[in-house]
Design a protein around this ligand. Sequence first.
Ligand SMILES: [Zn+2]
Ligand SMILES: [Zn+2]
Ligand SMILES: [Zn+2]
Ligand SMILES: [Zn+2]
Length: 298
Amino acid sequence: MEWSPRVKPIKIRRLYRFARLGIYDDMLLHDVGWELYARCADIATVADVYREGRVPCPQCSTKIARQIDPLFSKVEGGTRENWFRCLHCGERLLWRDCRQALRDTPRCFTCRSVLKQNDDLQCACGKTWAQVAYNQSVRTRVRLPCPHCHNLVRRPDKPPKTQTAKHQQSKPELQCPKCQETALHVSGNIQCTVCDYKRRWRDYRKSLKKKDEKLTCTDCGYSFRWQAWRKSTQTLRTGNPRPAREFIQKWLRCYTPQQRMIQIDTLLQTLHGRGPLAPLFIDSGEHNIRQMLDDLAS
Ligand SMILES: [Zn+2]
Ligand SMILES: [Zn+2]
Ligand SMILES: [Zn+2]
Ligand SMILES: [Zn+2]
């Protein structure tokens, strides 16, 4: 997989040096902006892989389904988040995304229409909320509209430690590693229904995780390994892809050098507040980047 490079700090410093003098060097703004954009796009692509469980083929970008469903795999998920599915539209969701969608676009909890924002939040159905009360509700409600289909979804319970095992148990295709016949997950063991294979469930799960997963593109036939792919995304993985996704949207709506400078600055300010996120975008160590962002902010 060819990923775009991180942005060089020297370019960012130069950009700010000019901006301080009131000069918007549009060549440089394009240069830095599009480099950040490419990086953001890669970060979003990698985040989508963990969201959807499908990996883009390094040759043709066709999305290939993984064998291990990351929805139920704590370690493979990279961010150890509590995914669940909308019962109505089947989308994979995170509860905090459901909340965030309502902060971006407030909707009525009753009829799910988009609310009008005056001093209060008003719905065509007659309901109103004070902004503070609405925010409070978004934080505390256990049923919120799905960000995709807007039907109500229930907040998932915190996953118990045995959820992975339970899910596997209900899966019919549990296979004996020795003879490939059906195996069962019984009282802490995996046990074959045909041969004498029997192993502790915990050890079996561990060995699965170590096993390298081979992926073959359904479109171009190219084969690659999940572990190698995952390794190539080391500096692109984050549990917080939101700043990257926002930049992608906003950058495309910049028409003047000033607007471009504002979007670049907004992203860098966001990174400033989130130490570990910045090295995903900027080509330097966390300490040096912090130093630079401190300088730019002062
Ligand atoms: Zn839905
Ligand atoms: Zn309503
Ligand atoms: Zn067997
Ligand atoms: Zn392919």
